[in-house]
Design a protein around this ligand. Structure first.
Ligand code: G3H
Ligand code: 13P
Ligand code: ZN
Length: 336
């Protein structure tokens, strides 16, 4: 059993409390490799933002869970080296799919886990989430549950359509499971294709797809049932069109990719939504930068010469999210 506190990591309890009271959200960025992690930590340390490092099941398979854990430990020291003396970094399992996966992460030093029972029948979701909470809380590890199903792909579970969270279920779920935060479905979805062109309208000036608004009425109803309870939004990439354009210009093929407009995320961040999950935007920023180097410098074969620009582009993206979208800049408890 590795104690995450000894690694310099924190759980999400205090950061969420402050985020709700302060009307901002904590960025939860996925990482699979060193460049992504460096970019996240540089952005969070420079902007003095708390941050959640998310590791998915796919990331654990790709990069090795032990290595990822040591990378997160290294990230705390790296943040300090960058001049951030009191970083607040949580290491979080994204979309945990079983008690065993959650336990394995808790045992190896994660400070927070998600148990995603959203595709299960309600009572099974309650039982599984409670089992994880009972184990996690012995070690002061925080737990995110999920109610409602996002459209698109939730890791390996495919859903044809979105099923919004039922506000009438949230009190029972939060009370019986004891979870620390709740991911809800209000119209976001994973990936770079969040809406079909048929679901969108077109901006007459730019010709760009304009997605339908999120279901803020569902969010309002959830907040009314659970005042002050930490709410999480998955699938919250905005799919920056300039990155999509760069990718397409330099040989990529991402037709009609569309995300969640930033003004809607800004609005959500001011509410009880205190954790906003972003992965796809980082993938787009990385891919755009790599494609540009490959197209403009075809003789280049030193990975540092294309992964370096990719890292810089991701850092720019993360800083933009922190400063202009989520509002978590300068929100560390200790800014010294
Ligand atoms: O919610 C899904 C995240 O974007 C992680 O994706 O399972 O491909 O690592 P992944
Ligand atoms: P995006 O695909 O919108 O970045 O969502 C990521 C996410 O929800 C990770 O859990
Ligand atoms: Zn997700």
């Amino acid at each position: 059993m590795i104690d995450y506190k000894k690694l310099g990591l924190v759980n999400t309890r205090e950061m969420f409390k402050r985020a709700i009271n302060g009307g901002y959200a904590i960025p939860a960025f996925n990482f699979n490799n060193m460049e992504q992690l460096q970019a996240i930590i540089k952005a969070a340390a420079t902007k003095k933002s708390p941050v959640i490092l998310q590791v998915s099941k796919g990331a654990r398979q790709y990069a090795n869970q032990t290595l990822l854990r040591y990378m997160a430990e290294g990230a705390v020291e790296y943040a300090k080296e960058l001049g951030c003396n009191h970083p607040e970094i949580a290491l979080h399992l994204d979309h945990g799919d079983s008690f065993e996966t959650c336990k394995s992460c808790i045992d190896m030093g994660f400070s927070s886990v998600m148990i995603d029972g959203s595709a299960l029948p309600y009572e099974e979701n309650v039982a599984l989430t409670k089992k994880v909470v009972d184990y996690a809380h012995q070690y002061d590890v925080t737990v995110e549950g999920e109610l409602g199903v996002l459209a698109g792909v939730e890791d390996e579970v495919s859903h044809a359509e979105s099923h919004y969270t039922k506000p009438e279920e949230v009190i029972d779920f939060a009370t019986r499971t004891g979870c620390d935060s709740l991911a809800i479905s209000i119209g976001t979805s994973h990936g770079a294709y969040k809406f079909t062109p048929e679901q969108c309208t077109r901006d007459p000036q730019t010709g760009r797809l304009v997605p339908p608004p999120l279901a803020f009425d569902v969010l309002d109803a959830v907040m009314e049932k659970l005042p002050g309870f930490p709410i999480v939004l998955h699938g919250s990439s905005s799919v920056p069109q300039e990155e999509v354009d760069t990718i397409n210009k330099f040989g990529g093929k991402l037709p009609n990719a569309v995300g969640i407009p930033e003004e809607q995320l800004r609005k959500a961040a001011k509410s009880a939504v205190c954790k906003i999950n972003i992965d796809s935007d980082s993938r787009l920023a990385m891919t755009a930068a790599v494609r540009r180097v490959f197209a403009e410098k075809p003789g280049e074969f030193d990975p540092r010469k294309y992964l370096g620009p990719a890292r810089d582009n991701m850092q720019k993206l993360y800083e933009h999210k922190i400063v202009d979208v989520l509002g978590s800049e300068n929100k560390l408890a200790n800014l010294d």
